[in-house]
Design a protein around this ligand. Structure first.
Ligand SMILES: Cc1cc2nc3c(=O)[nH]c(=O)nc-3n(C[C@H](O)[C@H](O)[C@H](O)COP(=O)(O)OP(=O)(O)OC[C@H]3O[C@@H](n4cnc5c(N)ncnc54)[C@H](O)[C@@H]3O)c2cc1C
Length: 370
């Protein structure tokens, strides 16, 4: 845990004057308007969005904010899902649960207070209610702090769809249940189409594949959103796939910390070194239905090469975390450096991240989704 003097030093940095955010900048200095104690080991942080950045901070239910925090001489970045719903809540609220030995989660729970200023990147992420709503029920699986994006999706789905919704919410014990009272109120108002099942380790043990099967029996053919500890997510995902539910309807969000800056730099250097032998001088990219031939200078990522010729490819964090620059490799050999967002399955399908990808062969073609 951070010492008091370290915490004060960080506070000093954060207390710097709140500057107006320019539309192009990646990190915005956001003021904390409230810190809410949710449970004994989690707190919510509410941000106010400066007038000039309102549009950039629009978000889809399930997306996350990225916070940049100075910590022991490093700039550490951490993602926190918005627990608020863009359709129901006026504020941008994230909820952070302490992680044993975790640096930033404990710092937030110990030190952050109303009036502080934190550097925050605009919302991003691929784990959200889709625009093209498929038919069928929505089944949400949240484990511990994994409730945050799922809670946002739940509130938005109730507000914007007439689909039936089931939430399976796993926690260590009753006192660890985040948003318990808010959930009770929402259930009372939506008794006809919302069902919430609490699974407590202390009472029921861990969720098992047969139990997942029973819980989804009446909702097969639905759409699934899963977020929580790794083993919990693996159990749910395997059970659903085993029941024949298609991958495209199973959405997952894994809560991990990105590598520290020195580790990230080392990974980028390693990727550059691996791409050293490449004699590639160009690659093809399909964006918005148009194919472009892009000149390539050794060492650059695909995104950097596109930015050099002012091709406006989608991108956000540029650190392999948010998935905004996700594109499909249609041909050629590539090298991917950091990846905190694509699953094994997505990699096998040929997805990559333009911000972390370097071409190894001269026939690389990537396509951005429409
Ligand atoms: C898309 C996304 C959304 C997320 N949303 C949420 C959310 O809504 N709520 C939430 O609570 N969390 C969320 N997370 C997780 C969050 O981003 C952090 O991973 C979490 O808070 C732990 O960060 P930390 O700095 O406290 O832990 P870290 O310091 O990253 O430590 C993590 C683990 O590594 C160990 N460790 C400690 N020091 C070091 C070190 N020097 N080097 C390596 N390992 C070390 C720790 O003991 C701990 O077990 C999300 C993650 C992602 C990717």
């Amino acid at each position: 845990m951070m010492s008091t003097s370290e915490a004060l030093a960080v506070q000093e940095v954060l207390q710097d004057s709140l500057s107006e955010s320019s539309p192009k900048q990646r990190y915005h200095r956001l003021k904390v308007t409230a810190v809410i104690e949710e449970t004994h080991d989690s707190k919510s942080v509410v941000f106010s969005i400066p007038e000039g950045a309102k549009e950039q901070f629009d978000y889809l239910p399930g997306q996350f904010l990225t916070l940049k925090v100075p910590y022991e001489g490093k700039q550490l970045t951490r993602c926190y899902s918005l627990a608020s719903s863009p359709h129901v809540d006026a504020e941008h609220k994230v909820t952070i649960k302490r992680v044993d030995g975790g640096r930033i989660s404990n710092w937030i729970n110990d030190a952050v207070k109303a009036g502080d200023v934190i550097e925050v990147m605009a919302p991003a992420g691929l784990f959200h209610l889709t625009h093209k709503t498929p038919p069928g029920d929505i089944v949400l699986f949240g484990g511990g702090s994994g409730i945050t994006p799922v809670f946002s999706i739940l509130k938005s789905a109730l507000e914007t769809t007439d689909r039936k919704i089931k939430l399976v919410y796993a926690n260590r014990d009753d006192q660890s249940v985040i948003f318990k009272e808010a959930l009770k109120a929402i259930i009372a108002e939506n008794i006809d189409r919302l069902e919430v099942v609490h699974v407590l380790d202390s009472v029921h043990g861990y969720l098992t594949q047969p139990l997942v099967g029973q819980l989804v029996e009446r909702h097969l053919g639905g759409e699934y959103f899963i977020c929580g500890p790794g083993p919990f997510m693996d159990t749910v995902e395997s059970a659903l796939l085993g029941l024949g539910e298609p991958k495209e309807r199973i959405h997952t969000e894994r809560f991990v910390s990105p590598p520290d800056p020195d580790q990230a730099e080392a990974a980028a250097e390693e990727a550059k070194a691996a791409a050293k032998g490449s004699t590639t001088t160009g690659f093809m990219v399909e964006l918005d239905g148009e194919v472009h031939e892009i000149a390539y200078v050794k060492g650059d990522t695909l995104l950097q090469a596109m930015q050099k010729v002012d091709l406006d490819a989608p991108a956000s964090c540029e650190e392999g975390m948010c998935g905004a620059c996700m594109c499909m490799v249609e041909s050629g050999e590539i090298q991917l450096a950091l990846n905190e967002v694509l699953s094994e399955t997505e990699l096998e399908e040929g997805w990559t991240l333009a911000c972390q990808c370097r071409p190894l062969s001269s026939d690389v073609k990537v396509k951005f989704p429409d």
